[in-house]
Design a protein around this ligand. Structure first.
Ligand SMILES: NC(=O)c1ccc[n+]([C@@H]2O[C@H](COP(=O)([O-])OP(=O)(O)OC[C@H]3O[C@@H](n4cnc5c(N)ncnc54)[C@H](OP(=O)(O)O)[C@@H]3O)[C@@H](O)[C@H]2O)c1
Length: 309
């Protein structure tokens, strides 16, 4: 098996180390010396540089190094019939949950206000609300969203979720489909977005959606940047329809230096750090999927190319 690591943004060394530790016999190729392209069976990639796939005539598997595959599917040269697999990883899920908890708890307990008060040596208690009275909502109840909703509920928040298909999650009020969106939004004071980026979810965070949230709601966007209509967010913040937002993902990454979000007083910018699949944690499932590929067995975490996730 020859596996090519190909990314325009990630260095491959940690992946090579982790994969070699898991499977010493694996033939791993790295740019610029990929050897004979006809020998490459599998590409492991994040944001492949243009022209990647056109050179690989015998490709049998494309492996994304993260949970989202939108950057792979956007490649016009992606061969139509090759299976695409993504990462689903418990450690990555734990990290996403921890990140969202940090943001939601900081928002709920007004840590930014308290820090500003400390700077002014001001002893003043913000209005108190019990965690049990605070209604948070998670859009997208997949591997990451479901765990996030469950653990927000464990902390004590009043949690709802919204998903394409129904879900049964103890302690979480689940809404689904376009018909369920209105009721979900109407009760959600803090909206956490963990949807994949697809044609159906692009631009979903827009003026119409913000207007259906309770006035003063807070947004935590951790799925993908193109979910958000940026001008609509700025207007909703100016008008007080939203009280603030933490954004981890952006239409253009890195966020351009002159972007308004950097200095907006109601926006917290985090540089796509919510969670990252670590090579050490993921190498085992890659090797297992290569074994399955050659044994003709069903692959783990294969995405549905029509649905786009
Ligand atoms: N910021 C970061 O650091 C970071 C890190 C990792 C991942 N992410 C993002 O997080 C996303 C979610 O990851 P995941 O592993 O949880 O994905 P996943 O397991 O594929 O889950 C996606 C969920 O979204 C639901 N969904 C899809 N389209 C929908 C629609 N149109 N309306 C309502 N619900 C819809 C799906 O519902 P059904 O199952 O019913 O179809 C599914 O439950 C990734 O795609 C990636 O973009 C961000």
């Amino acid at each position: 098996v020859a596996l090519l690591f190909y990314s325009s943004v990630l260095s491959g060394e940690a992946w090579v180390r982790a994969l070699r530790a898991e499977s010493p016999e694996l033939d791993i190729r790295l740019l610029p010396d990929i050897g004979d392209p006809d020998e490459i069976d599998c590409v492991l990639s994040w944001r492949p540089p243009p022209g990647t796939f056109a050179r690989l005539k015998n490709l049998r598997l494309v492996y994304g190094t993260g949970a989202g595959v939108d950057q792979l599917l956007a490649d016009p040269e992606l061969p139509p019939d090759v299976p695409i697999v993504r990462v689903v990883d418990d450690a990555q899920t734990d990290d996403m949950v921890a990140f969202v908890l940090a943001i939601v708890l900081g928002w709920h307990r007004k840590l930014d206000v308290i820090r500003a008060q400390q700077a002014a040596k001001l002893w003043s208690r913000p209005p108190f609300r019990s965690v049990r009275d605070v209604r948070v909502g998670v859009m997208g109840l997949g591997a990451l969203g479901r765990a996030t909703a469950e653990r927000l509920a464990m902390v004590g928040f009043d949690v709802a979720g919204w998903n394409r298909s129904p879900r049964d999650i103890p302690g979480v009020e689940v809404h689904h489909g376009p018909d369920g969106l209105g009721a979900f939004l109407a009760r959600t004071e803090c909206l956490i977005v963990l949807l994949p980026l697809t044609d159906a979810t692009r631009d979903i965070l827009n003026a119409d959606l913000f207007a259906r949230l309770p006035p003063g709601a807070y947004l935590v966007s951790v799925g993908r940047g193109p979910h958000l209509v940026e001008a609509d967010l700025l207007r909703a913040l100016d008008q007080g329809q939203l009280s603030g937002a933490t954004l981890d993902v952006f239409r253009e990454e890195p966020l351009p230096q002159d972007h308004l979000f950097w200095t907006h007083p109601k926006i917290t910018v985090t540089p796509h750090v919510a969670s990252l699949a670590s090579p050490e944690s993921v190498a085992k499932q890659i090797v297992e999927n290569l074994r399955r590929l050659y044994a003709g067995e069903p692959l783990l975490n294969q995405i549905d190319r029509v649905a786009g996730y």
